[in-house]
Design a protein around this ligand. Structure first.
Ligand code: PGA
Length: 252
């Protein structure tokens, strides 16, 4: 298995000065860290180039929060995989629940993005997860299987090698209510089974499965204990060095 991956998703937060300060603090702190861990940060699009410069030559990787599936064209307000790759991104987050639920991105739309992202040299972090209503209706396993099936249908081994999955229960995102270790384990095991069945032991076994949803230093410790968890996707707690760095350190 690859090194654990800790991703900070800054969402729509931070002007240039904020992003610069945060990126510098993270680079500085991780310099001294003896790590077998990968850290990526996902600033807003407007700060990608700036943050890319700051982290250049460091261990920290650059991630975008979304992209379109087409390389260019008349898609006002969108950004292409080649553009984010060109600006220095290593990763792109796809199918985040805010994209699915606020901006109505369908499973099909998300599915169309993965191969083009990888073709442009990016690693794709595919987010899946159920809503509270779906969990209460005992639909969790079904919803996640559907999201995975549609997103990963027909992808070749070359694409699977560049894939990470983030399990993010929608009810846990930004709510302070994180999933319990038992819940995380159960879903991560089912995601792993799906990957092994679909792509075989070697390819399916090396896809990292991250957990996301109200991750903080306090609950990171119990997540690390689970061997089904290969990293975390952090939102709110990634906006300050003092809340993000302890999570990264816990994984290293
Ligand atoms: P949160 O967000 O850590 O603030 O819950 C996680 C995410 O949206 O990726």
């Amino acid at each position: 298995m690859r090194a654990p991956l800790v991703v900070g998703n800054w969402k729509m937060h931070g002007n240039k000065a904020d992003c610069e300060a945060l990126a510098k603090a993270i680079v500085q702190a991780l310099k001294k860290q003896p790590t077998r861990i990968e850290v990526a940060i996902a600033p807003p699009f407007t700060a990608l180039a700036l943050v890319g410069k700051i982290i250049s030559g460091s261990k920290v990787k650059l991630a975008a929060q979304n992209c379109h599936w087409q390389p260019f064209g008349a898609f006002t307000g969108e950004i292409s995989p080649s553009m984010i790759s060109d600006v220095g991104c290593d990763y792109v987050i796809l199918g985040h629940s805010e994209r699915r639920h606020i901006f109505h991105e369908s499973d099909d739309m998300i599915a169309r993005k993965i191969a083009p992202a990888v073709a442009h040299g990016l690693r794709a972090i595919l987010c899946v997860g159920e809503t509270l209503a779906e969990r209460q209706a005992e639909q969790t396993a079904k919803v996640i299987a559907r999201q995975l099936q549609i997103a990963l249908k027909g992808l070749g081994n070359d694409v699977i090698e560049k894939l990470e999955i983030a399990y993010e229960p929608v009810w846990a995102i930004g709510t302070g209510q994180n999933a319990t270790p038992v819940q995380v384990n159960q879903i991560h095991q089912s995601i792993r089974k799906f990957l092994l069945d679909a792509f075989g032991e070697t390819k399916g076994g090396q896809v990292r499965i991250l957990y996301g949803g109200s991750v903080k230093a306090e609950n990171a410790a119990e997540l690390i204990e689970l061997d089904t968890v290969n990293g975390v996707l952090v939102g709110g707690a990634s906006l300050k060095p003092e809340t993000f760095l302890p999570i990264a350190r816990a994984f290293s």
